[in-house]
Design a binder for this molecule. Structure first.
Ligand code: ADP
Ligand code: MG
Length: 681
């Protein structure tokens, strides 16, 4: 207590564990849960009195942590009976306002007689004196016949902050929207919470009447926060018992452990073996490192699925969001102001203050963000998503708010081609509305095309039909009564649709694996280095393209580490490196090759080497053939370009690109001219 007197005002709160109150006096503990306002106010009053010898009129808080499990209520479970009681809410902070002072004791001067009136302020609305009271020695005028002037210097203020917490995603049942609760934080607790934090808020549930002009019979609820507990242990949200641990270890020893993991990813989706393998590795993730100089190297594996409509992209994203610990599914065209990243907004919520609001990538911190329709994201997200993908942070600097939020999540993105369907003769970058700089941040990019092919179609159709039929039968309590089909046969035949590992077990397995930080063995290092150097060699020589860059080497390292984690192994072996190489080879072969030649620039810059050459050729053709007035016709260009082996549709596509980039323009329809002649030597 004397310590508190010495440390005041730096320390203004006394923190106490609920268990200690309970040990000391169970009745008092119980009373505190039911009538917290009174109980806490009395405790604070007692503290103030004990300190009164050393301090005059101190602001002291009595803060209680560690409420019993019964007081832990889900936001959606809050009811009238909880009003005024002490509750404990677990939540993910979505919004937080700036910290601003609120008046708690207002001193007014009566403009007629100068007498001072003190009005204690409670809650968010401001109360003025009703009269200049004669009893206090004032002039006795009512508020109608005099005015009261607030004296800020003599009044007392307290820092306040408003936050909004939402239910954590892992507690949500199948895709339900999380419910939210506003909380008020005061004095020394304010300013400690950032959007994206996972917290337990202990406080008193309050209600306020809705409507300002016309009062409503409906009331809104909020939490007067008494204490905050921060949750740090991200993967321990998934509880792993000693029996689980035994099962997990045993599973990792089984010879087909990896096939079973892959089989457990979206088994109702046919095919996509390589893609599923990569998605499995993404769950486990690589190792995030902090180097001696403070540089952070991410371990999160980012994957993009790009492809035709109806190729099960959304389906897989949703599946992964449910499977991954801290998984979130969202669309690029998110409706909230924060979008995918974060935003500072001034709206009703902040009651005049700026509010910092977290988007999906912040809410998925230390988890997996599954972002559908990534190509539809807004411009603000486009400019700030790089930072999230590479550094795991999102910075906001707007109107007085400067903040850096954590977004250390892996990203699984999906996008559709710009023109509806993939053209396999064109590069990915050309067909996707995503900047190459962003695309190249992904560790693996898969294209999913949907071409009629009777052999493949039959298999997919059989698989989908099997799934539906199994689903139909599972709705029946006693399916054996259905005689029109051979139920036993159908159920047996579709056994492959049952995930080999139940979802809960796989989640536990993944959570457990994250405790391991594997280290690369010499042979793993040699394998990766050998691969990288040999592929780079293909790029030597003047005519050659750059086949691969250091980014892919880093992707290989992350994928290898993930593979090692999947075995629960501390050491990355050659087999892990080879698994990573297989995946990278597979996707590079599809998205970063042209005419059998590896060319990473297709992803890294959006333009392959041969395209770059074609652009030069076309530009110089435009320059040579242009006449002063009209430029040159598309027909003539196509004809001349054919002699240089550039096909017609290529010429048209490149002309469009050059026009979009402002390098050529059309003096009249169908004719082209260089925008600036000097630029070509
Ligand atoms: P996208 O997001 O790629 O446009 P969806 O995920 O919406 O596609 O998929 C459309 C539907 O087709 C889904 O119900 C999905 O299950 C089904 N489907 C597509 N491809 C397959 C496949 N290979 N195996 C099983 N079902 C598939
Ligand atoms: Mg879709």
């Amino acid at each position: 207590m004397t310590a508190m007197a010495d440390l005041y005002p730096d320390v203004r709160s006394m923190h106490i564990d609920f268990a200690d109150i309970e040990k000391h006096d169970p009745d008092l503990a119980n009373y505190t849960l039911n009538r917290p306002s009174l109980s806490i106010r009395s405790a604070e009053e007692a503290l103030r009195r004990m300190l009164s010898h050393a301090l005059t009129n101190p602001t002291i808080h009595f803060r209680i942590k560690g409420l019993p499990r019964d007081s832990r209520i889900e936001v959606r479970g809050l009811r009238e009976k909880h009003l005024g009681t002490f509750v404990s809410i677990e939540g993910l902070v979505r919004k937080a306002t700036e910290v601003r002072p609120r008046v708690i004791m207002a001193v007014f001067d009566c403009v007629r007689c100068g007498h001072k009136t003190i009005v204690e302020q409670e809650g968010m609305s401001f109360h003025e004196p009703l009269e200049c009271s004669k009893d206090d020695g004032g002039c006795g005028r009512a508020s109608g016949s005099t005015k009261f002037r607030l004296q800020p210097e003599e009044s007392r203020f307290v820092d306040t902050q408003k936050i909004e917490a939402q239910e954590p995603p892992e507690g949500m049942r199948g895709g339900a929207q999380p419910e939210r609760l506003a909380g008020y934080i005061e004095d020394d607790l304010s300013g400690r919470i950032s959007p994206g934090d996972r917290v337990v808020l202990n406080g008193i549930l309050k209600s306020v009447q809705k409507g300002t002009q016309v009062k409503s019979a409906l009331f809104d609820i909020h939490l007067d926060v008494n204490s905050i507990e921060f949750e740090e242990r991200e993967y321990e949200e998934v509880l792993i018992t000693p029996e689980d641990e035994l099962r997990i270890r045993e599973f990792a020893e089984s010879p087909d452990y990896f096939d079973r993991i892959i089989q457990s990813i979206s088994p109702t989706i046919y095919g996509y073996e390589q893609e599923k393998e990569a998605l499995a590795l993404q769950l486990f993730g690589g190792v995030t490192k902090v180097m001696d100089d403070g540089t952070r190297i991410r371990g999160d594996i980012h994957i993009a699925l790009i492809g035709d409509p109806g190729t099960a992209k959304s389906q897989m994203l949703r599946y992964m969001a449910l499977l991954a610990p801290r998984g979130i599914y969202t669309s690029g065209k998110a409706s909230s102001a924060a979008g995918l990243t974060a935003a500072a907004v001034k709206d009703e919520f902040g009651e005049g203050r700026w509010t910092l609001e977290a988007g999906a990538l912040v809410l998925a911190d230390k988890g997996l963000a599954c972002i559908d329709e990534l190509d539809k994201m807004n411009d603000q997200d486009r400019s700030s998503i790089h930072e999230s993908l590479e550094q795991g942070t999102i910075s906001v600097a707007k109107a007085g708010i400067t903040a850096t939020l954590q977004s250390r999540c892996a990203v699984l993105g999906a996008a559709n081609p710009k023109y509806g369907r993939f053209d396999e003769n064109r590069s990915v970058a050309e067909q996707i509305d995503l900047p190459p700089a962003l695309l190249s941040r992904f560790d693996a990019i898969f294209t999913m095309t949907d071409r009629p092919d009777s052999q493949q179609d039959r298999k997919v159709a059989a698989h989908i039909l099997k799934a539906h039929r199994r689903g139909e039968l599972m709705l029946h309590e006693s399916p054996e009564e259905i005689t029109a089909v051979d139920v036993g046969e159908i159920m047996r035949d579709s056994q492959g649709l049952v995930p080999s590992m139940e979802r809960d077990f796989l989640r536990k397995y993944v959570a457990y694996s994250k405790r391991i930080s594997p280290v690369m063995s010499d042979e793993a290092v040699r394998t990766l280095e050998g691969y990288y150097v040999s592929i780079r060699k293909l790029g030597e020589g003047e005519e050659a393209s750059v086949p691969i860059t250091a980014r892919q080497l880093e992707a290989l390292i992350r994928l290898s580490e993930a593979s090692s984690r999947a075995r629960l192994s501390q050491v990355v072996m050659a087999e892990d490196a080879n698994r990573a190489i297989k995946i990278v080879e597979y996707y590079l072969g599809k998205v970063a090759s042209e005419g059998g030649r590896r060319d990473i620039d297709i992803i890294a810059t959006g333009t392959s080497r041969s395209q770059r050459e074609q652009i030069y050729v076309l530009r110089s053709l435009v320059q040579q053939l242009s006449d002063e007035r009209r430029g040159v016709s598309a027909e003539e260009l196509i004809q001349k370009a054919a002699a240089e082996n550039i096909p017609e549709d290529r010429v048209r596509a490149l002309l469009k690109r050059l026009s979009d980039a402002g390098e050529v323009y059309s003096p009249q329809p169908g004719y082209f001219k260089l925008a600036s002649e000097e630029r070509i030597g």
